[in-house]
Write a protein that binds this ligand. Structure first.
Ligand code: 6PG
Length: 234
């Protein structure tokens, strides 16, 4: 496990985008949503602004069950900040169709993963999965209140947000742990306690879905800012 700590969220995004450009520009990458990836998307599209039709294949870790033009859509945030000026080939952008019936879309997306990704252990294998973490220890849309019920054989599944009840399509623990490389991209003081518990296996870590992310490849890294890593360095 590599833990990379940088001064602030801007520097984290710059260093993570450097890593992606250096190691994954021709690979398959699964993106998370939420607010943290925004600076990363901006950094990538700025650094690659003179490139056209790159072969990177993009997928999503999870998607809210909303239309692609909704402000809640993870795809929309990437479309507006990362997929600009034809930097990447549009045919290599595999969005989860949040507008579809959730269970049907989970099945359809999994079929698409099996069609477009290599299989390892008969499971679709991403080259890189970038994950966020909520202050409740969720990752992807694997939330503590239902996580134990989601630890099955599915590769893509339907999850429910604990407070809003919003349906989401999410990659499962099984497929995430089959990736060649997994990176947790986490910034801000609001995550400092949960980061400390997960990394040091203390407190309530066993109730946090993010604690169960342990890729078979063992290639797991953290990209953190000082605020999120504050408890680690005490
Ligand atoms: C989502 C994300 C989710 C996110 C965490 C952290 O669809 O919201 O995939 O898992 O990574 O909730 O969100 P922030 O980056 O907003 O803190």
């Amino acid at each position: 496990m590599n833990i990379n700590i940088y001064k602030n969220k801007e520097e984290v995004s710059e260093k993570l985008s450097d890593h992606i450009i250096k190691n994954h520009i021709n690979n398959s990458i699964a993106l998370s949503g939420g607010s943290t990836p925004l600076l990363l998307f901006k950094s990538l599209s700025r650094k690659l602004s003179s490139s056209k039709n790159l072969n990177t294949k993009f997928y999503w870790v999870d998607e809210r069950c909303v239309p692609p033009d909704s402000d809640e859509s993870n795809y929309k945030m990437a479309k507006e900040n990362l997929f600009i000026n034809n930097i990447f080939k549009s045919e290599n952008i595999y969005r989860i169709k949040g507008e579809n019936e959730p269970q049907k879309e989970a099945i359809s997306y999994d079929k698409n993963l099996r069609k477009t990704l290599k299989l390892k252990h008969d499971i679709p294998q991403f080259d890189l999965i970038i994950l966020g973490i909520g202050d409740d220890g969720h990752t992807a849309s694997l939330f503590p209140h239902e996580f134990q019920n989601l630890r099955g054989e599915e590769e893509c599944l339907v999850a429910t947000h604990p407070s809003s009840g919003q349906k989401r399509i999410s990659l499962s623990e099984k497929i995430i742990n089959n990736a060649k490389e997994v990176i947790f991209h986490v910034t801000g003081s609001g995550k400092k306690y949960v980061i400390d518990e997960i990394i040091n296996k203390t407190g309530n870590y066993k109730s946090y879905p993010a604690s169960y992310i342990s890729p078979k490849s063992t290639n797991l890294s953290w990209y953190l800012d000082f605020e999120a890593s504050e408890m680690l360095t005490k």
